[in-house]
Design a protein around this ligand. Structure first.
Ligand code: G6P
Ligand code: MG
Length: 219
């Protein structure tokens, strides 16, 4: 039986995936690095430091660890500044409805994000209240595709993995959910999240009714 839901944040609850893209693009342009949407898509779900290393690898750039840290910090500043204008209006369509519905039906709900800025984003959205537990980029050491963040969140919800459903927009997020033995819903195109148990193009389609209809035997 499914008793809990674990949500990714960026690209699931709100469109910060786009703000992460813009911030990496600004840094890459300043550094003369190539950066496009395809590369950005491969970074969905992975930590800030893993992301900058992937961008540098892609550009065949090698820098001192201290410098890499500074550049990651620079990107973060651009990203955090871009959160300034975020309000309660900035949920992805369908996300707030799903969270509300789950709470009303008594499901346990956790966040399982790789972002160290997750609490800040949830505060801007006034979304803290929907969660029994908030797992973010500070919670576990290994980021997605390792299952650690989801396993930790499930433990906090006092549920085994197979009683939880993970909602993710990242290829590496679905990898993480599967590696941990979770049921999972992918949000996005087939090429990115086609390996999820169930996939929707957008959050707007991911209603509790649709999810229940698919996982019939589990509700
Ligand atoms: C999420 C996003 C990634 C981002 C990561 C770290 O998983 O999908 O694009 O790089 O969080 O975010 P942070 O806010 O800690 O830099
Ligand atoms: Mg995401």
């Amino acid at each position: 039986m499914i008793k809990g839901f674990i949500f990714d944040l960026d690209g699931v609850i709100t469109d910060t995936a786009e703000l992460h893209f813009a911030a990496w693009k600004e840094l890459s342009d300043a550094m003369g690095w190539q950066f496009d949407r395809e590369l950005n898509d491969s970074l969905r779900g992975i930590s800030r430091m893993d992301s900058i290393k992937a961008i540098m690898d892609h550009n065949k750039v090698d820098l001192e660890p201290g410098q890499v840290g500074e550049l990651a910090e620079r990107k973060n500043k651009i990203y955090v500044d871009s959160l300034e204008g975020m309000t309660e209006q900035d949920y992805l369509p369908g996300a707030r409805e799903l969270l509300t519905h789950l709470r009303n039906e008594g499901f346990a709900v956790a966040l399982g994000s790789s972002s160290k800025n997750a609490v800040k984003v949830l505060q801007r959205l006034n979304a803290i209240r929907y969660f029994d537990f908030i797992g973010d980029g500070n919670t576990v050491a290994k980021s997605k595709p390792a299952p650690d963040i989801f396993l930790y969140a499930a433990q906090q919800l006092k549920l085994p993995a197979d009683q939880c459903l993970v909602i993710e927009d990242a290829e590496k997020g679905i990898d993480a959910a599967r590696a941990g033995g979770f049921h999972c819903v992918g949000i996005g195109p087939e090429e990115r999240v086609g390996h999820a148990d169930l996939r929707f193009d957008s959050m707007g389609e991911a209603t509790l009714f649709e999810v229940k209809s698919h996982f019939k035997d589990l509700f």
